[in-house]
Write a protein that binds this ligand. Structure first.
Ligand SMILES: [Zn+2]
Length: 97
């Protein structure tokens, strides 16, 4: 038996325009909220209209994309990540001894 992918539903995705701004995420949120209000006002027969958000995992130190399965070490993406991992491992070694 192998995994099979079935189409289980359809929905409409509307992406806002992107703006040249210092905070593109805040701009996108405001655009989406305005568009959702317009859809609710002008479109009939919808069951659910709301603004959803997407997230991404990043390094708390440098903001680089999180690429590792670990929750605490991002493979050494920056010196602070390396230093934190060394400190964490040293703490573990002390606890074992
Ligand atoms: Zn980093």
């Amino acid at each position: 038996m192998a995994r099979t992918t079935n189409i289980s539903n359809y929905y409409i995705r509307i992406d806002p325009r992107t703006g040249y701004t210092s905070d593109p995420v805040a701009y996108a949120k405001a655009e989406c909220e305005a568009m959702a209000a317009q859809i609710k006002r002008h479109v009939d027969d919808w069951k659910y209209v709301d603004v959803e958000q997407e997230t991404e995992d990043v390094c708390e130190h440098c903001g680089g994309v999180w690429t590792e399965a670990s929750q605490v070490f991002n493979g050494g993406c920056c010196q602070a990540d390396e230093d934190a991992e060394k400190a964490r491992l040293a703490t573990l070694e002390r606890a074992e001894n």
